[in-house]
Ligand binder design. Sequence first.
Ligand SMILES: [Zn+2]
Ligand SMILES: [Zn+2]
Length: 260
Amino acid sequence: MPECPNARVPESAMLRQRLCGALIVRRMPHAEAPTLLRESALQPPSPAMLQYLTVPVTPFQQNCSILWCDETREAAVVDPGGDLAKIRAEVARLGVTLKQILLTHAHIDHAGGTGALARELGLPIVGPHPGDQFWIDGLAEQAKRFGFAPAEPFKPTRWLADGDQVMVGHCTLAVRHCPGHTPGHVVFHSAQAGRAFVGDVLFAGSIGRTDFPGGDHDTLINSIVERLWPMGDATIFIPGHGPESSFGRERRSNPYVAGT
Ligand SMILES: [Zn+2]
Ligand SMILES: [Zn+2]
């Protein structure tokens, strides 16, 4: 398998695993059942809640997530890197209506299926930040390099910037620009659901690689400390690969950011 454009793996893990092995062997716990964030149907009427289902796609087991508003059942797909039939089957099974594609960044395993899905379903493409234009321009080259099927080119309908908001039905996602892994990487935060979709910025026990063009280690650490940690230690994050974790847990135990 070629090296994959996502995570650093701690040295100890490197002894046992290939570069990405530690991060891709586990299926997301939510792959079979969606995460339903309402606790009881008996509660009085409450505001719309964001729900999600994570679907690992591509040979890199990238965590594509389907997000939806449980009031309108309008949905967004975050990072449709490939395996579009699998994504569309889950959308159909959930009975939600896909309205938009959201991108955290433009690496092939996250953005490779975007052009085809947008064309097939007539969906707008929201994100990433313009700093990733060169990665979008280079999708064909990325596909060749990592052994992916050719990716259809695309143009984002709406670029994102730090502080923007994206609506999924009646649910609001806050956008934070988190450069370092790529210059135009963004993350999506639902304060109400206590969830953040962080792409390849941060992983359970690891952080994103910074050795690709436009990557920078100090910038990545600053993004994590200044833009993720303020979301709160209790926030559960869905990384681009591997299992979920919380920011508090990473602040305690992740060797790359412990104590920050
Ligand atoms: Zn990735
Ligand atoms: Zn990446």
